[in-house]
Write a protein of this length. Structure first.
Length: 150
């Protein structure tokens, strides 16, 4: 099983955002140095608005997505991960999540709020299929601009 590493401050930010967005699903993006499958590091979490405003569905707001993609074009970074929460179900992609997955090179991070503490799991979703990735939460330190310091 492929393993991906996520700095603890990013994992904590994802869980915090999920709690704050409740009762709706939260969503966001993880900016990385390169794609996770190419050895890229997760550098920071970008909160996005859920355009669906729904407890059972997410859609990253178009303006938020375009802003992150423009930043990646300028910086040379990559879209390392796509994040959303499940409010009352496990951190497993739904059939809708799988059907709407648009970035096969990205890690899909799902956080479940069905129990405490929240459960965070990582997935690869490509061509209508999903496979779980081993997720390692590291104690990396982030600098003042939110990038991991190694």
């Amino acid at each position: 099983m492929e393993t991906v590493r996520l700095p603890r401050p990013i994992a904590d930010a994802i869980a915090r955002h999920a709690h704050e967005a409740r009762p709706n699903e939260s969503c966001g993006l993880v900016v990385g140095s390169a794609f996770a499958g190419d050895g890229g590091r997760a550098l920071r979490y970008v909160r996005c608005r859920n355009a669906a405003s729904s407890p059972s569905r997410y859609a990253i707001h178009r303006d938020d997505l375009l802003a992150v993609l423009a930043e990646l074009d300028r910086s040379g970074g990559e879209l390392w991960g796509v994040v959303h929460s499940h409010v009352r179900t496990p951190a497993v992609p739904s059939s809708t999540d799988v059907g709407e997955a648009a970035w096969p090179a990205a890690v899909y991070l799902l956080v479940s709020l069905e129990a405490e503490p929240p459960r965070l799991r990582a997935w690869r979703i490509a061509s209508g299929a999903m496979s779980e990735l081993a997720l390692e939460i590291g104690d990396d330190v982030l600098d003042d601009i939110g990038e991991a310091v190694t």
